[in-house]
Design a protein around this ligand. Structure first.
Ligand code: IMP
Ligand code: MG
Length: 181
């Protein structure tokens, strides 16, 4: 285990099972639809790469980048889109693929922005959900969730602190003494 990690929450094997389960659900629900998976950079890259291979349907993929964090562990509340899709999405059933649903502002903003472009449907799939941290006023619900996590800062399997730890193969709680704030 990495020295800066206090506790492993989900091992590589547990993550694999979680992703297989989500892939099977999506495969069942999107049969016959025109699926476009939208990966939210960068935290969702590991999840996206594994999940798309667990979905046994034709689908397309694209990427968006939305930032609400900077290098802090506390959200700023402002979500900006710094990379947009390459597709006209009007013919697609979209699933937004996110690493973690925290305050909820990022997914709420992306859902709003993409829905306004008139796709067939928009759903949200987040590997992790931190329900205790939801911002007041956020009403969005996830269609697909891997697992809930406690109110602690987690890293690994794509999730970072200050751009580090994304390459850990597991999800773990970062030692609080590692944060600068
Ligand atoms: P939200 O807009 O507050 O829901 O935040 C979503 C984004 O914040 C996620 O896509 C993550 O990049 C980041 N984030 C939230 N909580 C954590 C955490 O515990 N570890 C790492 N990144 C996090
Ligand atoms: Mg992030």
């Amino acid at each position: 285990m990495h020295n800066d990690v206090k506790e492993v929450l989900f091992s590589a094997e547990e993550l694999k099972e979680m992703v297989e389960r989500l892939g099977a659900q999506i495969t069942k629900d999107y049969e016959g639809k025109n699926l476009l998976l939208v990966c939210v950079l960068k935290g969702s890259v590991c999840f996206m790469a594994d999940l798309m291979r667990a979905i046994k349907l034709d689908c397309k993929i694209d990427f968006m980048d939305a930032k609400s964090y900077g290098n802090s562990t506390v959200t700023t509340g402002v979500v900006s889109i710094s990379r947009d899709l390459n597709y006209d999405i009007s013919d697609y059933d979209i699933i937004i693929i996110e690493d973690i649903f925290d305050s909820g502002r990022t997914l709420e903003k992306l859902t709003h922005v993409l829905s306004a472009r008139g796709p067939k449907s928009v759903a949200c799939c987040s590997l992790l959900d931190k329900p205790e941290r939801r911002a007041p006023g956020v009403t969005l619900k996830l269609e697909y969730t891997g697992a809930q996590v406690p109110d602690a800062f987690v890293v690994g399997y794509g999730l970072d602190y200050d751009e580090k730890y994304r390459n850990l193969p597991y999800v773990g709680i970062l030692k609080p003494e590692v944060y600068s704030d």
